[in-house]
Design a protein around this ligand. Structure first.
Ligand code: RAM
Length: 506
């Protein structure tokens, strides 16, 4: 990891503002020295602004100002990626992920002066300092606070063409920061939460990395880490941890589509790096993942996304509880089979997956026959014939729709009033990719610009895990401060802008 020492740039004040993201903004509140020189008793609640998002270890120094320290001092530091994290009370906690993800750290100092490093790695731009306990017989002040920030990024990506629209250049820059912060010793999903390697996030991060930082070794490391932790059944775990020793999240449900997307990530890695040796070594694992789709293939050629009599598989697609996943899963499976077959061809291994072309045909024909509504040009999903962005995107990316049909479906969904919209940037990525795939270049550029510039307008300096333009407080975890505000899967404008310069750089 590369380490950089960072210091706060200024003090800020939190101001409630219904027009600001999640109801809170910051305004300047003076130089950092005005905190360092004053008694902390008069400054409790002060917020320091480091001016940019960082991931790393925080060290501070506290000293006596007057009198003799005769008692312990207790301080609370609250770290936030966005202002509302500092202003929203964490308790009573209503979220369904661990309360401990929230970055409030209480420290007791038994003697002064003291210099202390908070053991936990933190991810933040802002930090609030609250004095929780001090003696009436002496005064104290914070005299220094800094962050040893880490990342595995060592290169500076190529500049964009001078013709790039300024907003797209800005989106690219924030995307790069987001990616850099998530690139630690693995591709983390978010440096605040969950701080681990998920296949879906790895796939998108490695796409963006391949056209920017080009740290192919990190991609290779992650592919091997996942491979080495495969379950006894030979199928991939959706997410793994590196420390204290590499291990998967045992007992977590099998996330079916992530196991398939591993193959796509491996293929993309081979194409980007030319590292055949790794691709050949991991090929048997990719081949193995291709055993699963047929296990839930119905006689009518559709994937059984309900499979009541079979063990539970998590079908993710997007953070959107109401989304019917039948059509999306059909598309993801076909897409991953095509990509796996392409990988096989690159490695001269087609004969080992000779079943794939036939399966692709069966599943494609079934989708065309049963999911496409020729009257509306839209793909339907599930018993309620649900219309969603997810279904259209995946029917396009899988090649189920012809180019012309794809254009019609993606145009139609945008004007379908009750269509289920994307819930998170993860699905937005596939939606943009689908627009490009079927030749809607201008629409792709507009959709990308509108969505990601929406976050910038709301103050983002890294892109978020969840973003719904109509609901700032949306959270899949029932408590928005626990959302991740620097999230891997949100960095992919970097990939689009750099991969398709003719569309995005002029
Ligand atoms: C969440 C994380 C991660 C994602 C999984 C499915 O825990 O946001 O990025 O891959 O869900």
């Amino acid at each position: 990891l590369v380490e950089t020492l960072k210091h706060p740039l200024k003090l800020v004040r939190l101001v409630a503002d219904s027009a600001a993201f999640q109801g809170w903004k910051t305004v300047d509140a003076g130089p950092v020295d005005s905190l360092y020189q004053a008694s902390l008793k008069t400054k409790t609640g002060t917020v320091l602004d480091f001016g940019e998002h960082m991931t790393g270890y925080v060290t501070f120094t506290m000293k006596a100002l007057r009198g003799t320290p005769d008692a312990p001092v207790r301080v609370k530091f609250t770290f936030g990626e966005v202002p509302a994290e500092l202003a929203t009370p964490f308790d009573p906690y209503t979220g369904d992920l661990s309360r401990a993800w929230l970055q409030d750290e209480v420290v007791t100092l038994t003697e002064l002066p003291a210099t202390l490093t908070i053991p936990r790695r933190l991810s933040f731009r802002y930090v609030k300092v609250d004095l929780l306990g001090a003696s009436a017989f002496f005064d104290l002040h914070l005299t220094d606070i800094s962050c040893r920030a880490t990342t595995s990024v060592r290169t500076i990506p190529q500049p964009l063409a001078a013709t790039t629209p300024p907003m797209l250049a800005k989106i690219d820059q924030i995307g790069l920061t987001t990616l850099k912060e998530c690139m630690q010793t693995v591709y983390e999903d978010g440096p605040k939460r969950d701080r681990r390697l998920w296949i879906g996030d790895l796939y998108l991060e490695s796409l963006a990395n391949a056209v920017s930082y080009k740290n192919h070794d990190l991609t290779k490391r992650c592919l091997y880490l996942l491979a080495g932790l495969t379950g006894d059944d030979g199928y991939l775990n959706s997410n793994v941890f590196e420390t204290p020793e590499p291990h998967p999240q045992r007992g977590a449900p099998f996330l079916f589509e992530y196991s398939l997307l591993y193959n796509v990530a491996l293929k993309e890695y081979l194409v980007a790096s030319g590292d055949r040796e790794t691709a050949l070594a991991l090929w048997p694992l990719a081949k193995k993942q291709m055993e699963n789709p047929v296990k839930r293939l119905l006689p009518n050629g559709l994937f059984d996304n309900v499979a009541k009599d079979k063990p539970y598989w998590w079908l993710f697609v997007d953070w959107k509880p109401e989304l019917d996943r039948q059509a999306s899963m059909q598309g993801i499976i076909i897409f991953s089979m095509q990509q796996t077959y392409d990988l096989a061809k690159l490695l001269g291994k087609e004969n080992e997956v000779a079943q794939l072309p036939g399966l692709i045909k069966t599943m494609t024909d079934a989708a065309r026959k049963q999911l496409l509504n020729p009257q509306t040009s839209l793909f339907m999903s599930g018993p309620s014939h649900q219309i969603s962005y997810a279904s259209q995107a995946w029917m396009v990316l899988s090649g189920v729709a012809t180019r012309a049909e794809g254009q019609r479906a993606l145009k139609a969904v945008a004007s379908t009033k009750d269509a289920v919209r994307p819930g998170a940037p993860y699905l937005y990525h596939y939606y943009i990719e689908a627009l490009l795939y079927c030749g809607l270049q201008q629409e792709a550029k507009e959709a990308l610009t509108t969505y990601w510039s929406g976050m910038i307008a709301k103050g983002a300096d890294t892109f978020w895990e969840v973003y719904d333009p109509t609901n700032d407080r949306l959270s899949p975890y029932k408590f928005f401060p626990v959302n991740s505000y620097c999230h891997a899967w949100s960095c992919t404008p970097v990939y689009f802008i750099r991969k398709y310069p003719d569309v995005f750089q002029r």
